[in-house]
Design a protein around this ligand. Structure first.
Ligand SMILES: [Zn+2]
Ligand SMILES: [Zn+2]
Length: 770
């Protein structure tokens, strides 16, 4: 067995070819390859097929729960070329994480074939994320002769919905919400032809066999029209506000150049100031309103097509109330065929914001739209392809040539990260209370969900629980260890207790630190973590958020922190920056602060000031904090930028907008076992000076403390979404020859908490970590 001559009786043309090829008399061998990574739903099997056939190899390829299984037999030379090309020539969306290769006995296959998927076994394949429309589909969409001309749900193996339509693994049509649509014979032919771009494009459809569009008025009446998208464009131009179904949920849309309409949307949605993202028809249109560097262009035009936070041009001419005083605008390009068809009929940019109630999970069904957004929308454009997994748009910004993720969702999630040491238990990590995500830890994988949202309402908690259950179901995952935040008031922590034990808890900022260590492959080094965040319950019962933590591979120790001040009135001070500022003023001036005339004190009535002073002196209803998020608030109030937050992160965004890089000086700081930043509240500087000097001071302070430890530094926490601060800190540490590590593929905000928790569970079980 094993020699070509043994195969000569075969009728198979390929065997005859092999017999007469130059390779005759060469030893035949067989190998089995198991591939893991992004290998399903990305055109991998036809790629393997073509490659195998071109190298005269026999055997098969199939999807399995881990990824892809390939069996090949042929000459060792060809098998080696196959393995080489597998790594170098793979389809654009595919990513191989690992190849296991086993020697096999020759099976005398007569051809190379694509077999049906295997469904049993531990599931660990990467779920493919949704991908923006590809150039080929775009061309067909706009080609009058193509049978999918103007078909708003066109897709192929290289683009279209994936994660948002998956009900089970492996990724086959029958496991998606497209299973109810029977393919017409034309689509069937493309789907089964391995040379076709739509070979096994699971959501394949066309105007004859795919989902259909309908447009409804506010009162749910269906409007009869042959051109629903054209009608939608008309209504947008008329100043109407509508909801349009996208890949992972509905967008609320309206004319982005019409101040009145935007104001109407703000009033209807009760969203007075938070910036809206804008979808532009072309990149040129974006360029005319915002500054762009190469990295930002690549992001906008790339396959993930996120919202990119850009600096507005000086001559920005769209409606001012899109983002008010902020120097930034979230911009993106059409990424679904439906959006491209819409812009065939529209020349104005549109507001396109997730349809939801403030920071809750995105709405995916029209029934929910009508019940929740009643009175907000004038029309709804829907189609009957079910969204199985809701998924927001991703939001990203850049500093230098690096990305800072603000929201990780469509195109980027779910994520599968590899951890060196295997999990001993199936770990379910439930994240924090805002910007929630969950992570599953098993084998060497940490699988992290897309951004779910804030858990402040019963409905959003329901959706969070559903996402958890769906992700567990997709991976046939049964948790044997649950981990949650130390803050028992988070809905995620309450859910952890509902799910039962064994249960681990982890302090919020330690989770941030571990996420940063893990992502930068630093778990085996000692490091200093600088975790600047909003708020999280600390080990001592105060509210932490400006932490210097030391990681020594055995435990995490708090070595320094921002000198505490008061959150007057407790949690409410997170909504009122002026309360944090007042705490500093009381510390400095005592009762005399009541007579001061500045932006902070003047925002209160005399009576309010007296009540707050009493609160300060007897510490009732107040809690101490070291939070940098609240410190930003205090500075923003003191220099008159904002007194009551219109949205989370407003202080930071406004300060970044004002920062002047020509101002190089800073305030004095005091460092002992805390970092005292109160000097700014003694000053009399202008707004721009205060803000610039404050940010300079903060980065200098980071440098001073880091220098004392001579360790690499990990930076995490929501405050590091601030690109100006990231730049300053990066330069400061570089000038001191200290290595600085920021997040790369995770966001610095609370969405990384579930990853840090999963890593902690792994360390506790494997390394006696405490
Ligand atoms: Zn395509
Ligand atoms: Zn069809």
């Amino acid at each position: 067995m094993g020699y070509l001559q043994k195969l000569e009786i075969s009728e198979c043309p390929r065997h005859i070819f092999l017999r007469y090829s130059d390779e005759a008399n060469t030893l035949l061998i067989a190998k089995k390859l198991i591939l893991t990574g992004m290998v399903q739903g990305v055109g991998f099997r036809p790629f393997v097929y073509s490659l195998a056939v071109s190298l005269n190899l026999l055997g098969y390829v199939k999807n399995n729960p881990e990824g892809i299984e390939i069996f090949i037999e042929g000459t060792s030379q060809n098998i080696n070329s196959f393995i080489k090309k597998l790594k170098t020539d793979l389809p654009s969306l595919a990513k191989i994480e690992q190849i296991k290769i086993q020697k096999q006995k020759i099976q005398e296959y007569k051809e190379f074939s694509i077999l049906n998927s295997e469904e049993n076994g531990q599931k660990s394949v990467l779920l493919p994320p949704d991908i923006a429309i590809c150039d080929n589909c775009k061309k067909e969409l706009l080609d009058q002769k193509n049978r999918r001309y103007m078909y708003p749900l066109i897709n192929c193996t290289n683009c279209g919905p994936r994660y948002t339509i998956i009900k089970a693994l492996p990724y086959d049509r029958k496991n998606t919400s497209m299973s109810i649509f029977k393919m017409c014979s034309d689509c069937q032919d493309e789907y089964t032809d391995y040379t076709n771009r739509r070979f096994h494009a699971e959501p394949i459809s066309c105007p004859n066999c795919g989902p259909s569009l309908n447009i409804m008025e506010q009162n749910k009446n269906i409007i009869k029209t042959d051109e629903p998208i054209k009608l939608v464009a008309q209504m947008i131009k008329e100043g109407k506000i509508g909801a349009i179904k996208g890949l992972g949920g509905f967008h609320l849309v309206c004319d982005a150049s019409n101040k009145k309409t935007i104001n109407k949307l703000r009033i209807r949605k009760n969203r007075p100031k938070k910036p809206f993202a804008v979808m532009f028809k072309t990149l040129e249109n974006i360029k005319s309103q915002c500054k762009l560097n190469k990295k930002e262009v690549d992001l906008l035009e790339g396959k993930n097509a996120p919202i990119v936070l850009l600096k507005k041009q000086k001559n920005f001419s769209l409606a001012q109330n899109l983002s008010f005083e902020s120097a930034f605008l979230g911009a993106f390009l059409p990424y679904t065929p439906l959006q491209i068809v819409l812009f065939k009929h529209l020349n104005i940019p549109i507001v396109a914001t997730s349809a939801n109630i403030s920071d809750e999970p995105i709405i995916t069904e029209k029934e929910e739209l009508f019940s929740k957004l009643d009175g907000i929308i004038d029309f709804v454009l829907d189609f009957d392809r079910e969204i199985v997994n809701g998924c927001d748009d991703s939001v990203v910004r850049t500093f230098g040539q690096k990305e800072i993720f603000i929201r990780i969702a469509r195109g980027y999630a779910p994520k599968n990260s590899r951890i060196k040491i295997k999990f001993r238990e199936n770990v379910l990590a439930l994240g924090a209370g805002q910007k929630s995500t969950i992570s599953l830890g098993f084998g060497n994988s940490i699988i992290t969900s897309a951004h779910i949202g804030d858990l402040f309402s019963i409905e959003s908690v329901e959706k969070y629980k559903n996402t958890t259950q769906n992700l567990c179901k997709l991976y046939d995952f049964k948790p044997s260890l649950i981990i949650c935040d130390k803050n028992g008031n988070y809905e995620s922590s309450k859910y952890a207790k509902e799910l039962g034990s064994p249960l681990l808890e982890l302090q919020h900022h330690k989770a941030h630190f571990l996420a940063g260590l893990f992502e930068n492959n630093m778990l085996e080094s000692e490091a200093l973590g600088i975790i600047f965040d909003g708020t999280g319950i600390g080990d001592d019962g105060t509210v932490w958020g400006g932490e210097f933590l030391l990681y020594n591979k055995k435990e995490i120790i708090r070595v320094n922190h921002i000198k505490e001040f008061w959150m007057l009135g407790g949690e409410i001070s997170a909504l009122e920056p002026r309360r944090s500022a007042l705490s500093f003023l009381f510390d400095i001036h005592g009762e005399k602060a009541l007579e001061l005339k500045n932006s902070t004190t003047e925002s209160f009535t005399t009576q309010e000031l007296q009540i707050l002073y009493k609160m300060y002196t007897n510490t009732a209803n107040s809690i101490k904090t070291s939070s940098v998020g609240r410190l930003f608030d205090a500075v923003a109030s003191f220099c008159g930028l904002t007194q009551k937050s219109a949205y989370e992160g407003e202080s930071g965004l406004l300060m970044e907008s004002l920062y002047d890089k020509t101002i190089k000086n800073r305030y004095d700081i005091k460092i002992d076992n805390t970092l005292d930043m109160s000097a700014i509240f003694h000053s009399n500087d202008s707004q721009k000076e205060s803000v610039s000097k404050f940010l300079n001071t903060l980065s200098f302070a980071i440098g001073e403390i880091a220098s004392a430890y001579n360790l690499p530094v990990i930076l995490s926490g929501g405050v590091f979404q601030n690109a100006v601060l990231c730049n300053l800190v990066s330069k400061e540490l570089k000038s001191r020859a200290i290595k600085a590590y920021f997040h790369k593929n995770l966001s610095p905000n609370d969405s990384n908490i579930s990853v840090g928790q999963a890593v902690y569970a792994n360390l506790v079980q494997n390394c006696d970590f405490i």
